[in-house]
Design a protein around this ligand. Structure first.
Ligand SMILES: [Ca+2]
Ligand SMILES: [Ca+2]
Ligand SMILES: [Ca+2]
Ligand SMILES: [Ca+2]
Length: 272
């Protein structure tokens, strides 16, 4: 406490009462008339002042969850590498799409984290499927797609599908294990769960220990907290002959191909 402040606090009121106060006093009289030390009086005045700024303890921040389980619902994810994500008993499976044989023009990133194998005239896609709908939280709002597994999408998603017109001649399509909800024959229909109730640039929280894939919907790849994201574009050379049976219905992933050849945008998530 500056002496000048003390002087002001003590002398200003006394000056108003026309009491002589030319020097900083060493004591003062309280209302009961007893003399108290001036320091106590000043301390009381200061303590009574309202606090100008809230303490940092009063500020609240939303805790950022580190997920140790997968969100509620059944779903499939493309497998990154040859292991499935942690925290659940994911079931493995794959399907092979026999794409166009003649002047085949499939194109995919050679540094993809998927193990395929991928060929100029056919693609293997491997999946990790959550067959247990239990989960103590919901998939968060955003702009992204996952593969549908059961007849119902997890809460918050809309459904849609993509049909590939696979090779007509000596078709070699196969599948094994758990694969997404779809129709697998000489052509392939796969169902998806997509949502656009949030921004792709607003991070969502998912388990982060192992890599996995989701798909672009109407914006860029969805951001996931504490994970890097890399887009992998796969170009399918679908059946060339006859009228194409290719289609895309409802809430289905972004397709930048033409009417007869799909191009999908996979988003690879890796721990940072
Ligand atoms: Ca063909
Ligand atoms: Ca083929
Ligand atoms: Ca076909
Ligand atoms: Ca084609």
């Amino acid at each position: 406490m500056h002496l000048f402040t003390v002087f002001l606090l003590v002398c200003l009121p006394t000056a108003l009462l026309a009491v002589k106060c030319t020097d900083p006093p060493t004591g003062n009289k309280n209302s009961t008339g007893t003399t108290t030390d001036v320091t106590d009086t000043v301390t009381d005045v200061v303590t009574d002042q309202p606090t100008a700024f809230p303490t940092t303890e009063a500020e609240t921040t939303t805790p950022v969850p580190i997920r140790e389980s997968w969100p509620q619902g059944k779903f499939s994810l493309l497998m990154a590498g040859n292991t499935c994500p942690e925290f659940s008993d994911f079931k493995k499976g794959y399907f092979y799409q026999d794409t166009e044989d003649f002047r085949n023009a499939n194109d995919w990133p050679r540094d993809t984290a998927m193990i395929g194998p991928f060929k100029q005239d056919g693609y293997h896609f491997r999946f990790c499927t959550e067959t247990d709908s239990k989960g103590d939280y919901l998939w968060e709002a955003g702009n992204y797609c996952i593969y549908k597994f059961s007849k119902k999408c997890p809460k918050g998603f809309q459904t849609g599908n993509i049909t590939w017109d696979d090779e007509n001649n000596y078709n070699q399509n196969t599948r094994k294990g758990r694969v997404p909800f779809g129709k697998y024959g000489r052509d392939t229909t796969v169902n998806f769960c997509c949502r656009d109730d949030g921004s792709a640039s607003a991070q969502i929280s998912l388990p982060i220990a192992r890599p996995f894939y989701m798909l672009r919907y109407t914006e860029e790849c969805q951001k996931v907290r504490y994970m890097s994201v890399n887009e992998e574009v796969f170009k399918f050379d679908d059946e060339d002959s006859g009228e194409t049976k290719n289609s895309r219905f409802g809430a289905a992933p972004m397709d930048s191909g033409d009417a007869a050849n799909h191009i999908l945008h996979f988003c690879l998530y890796r721990p940072m």
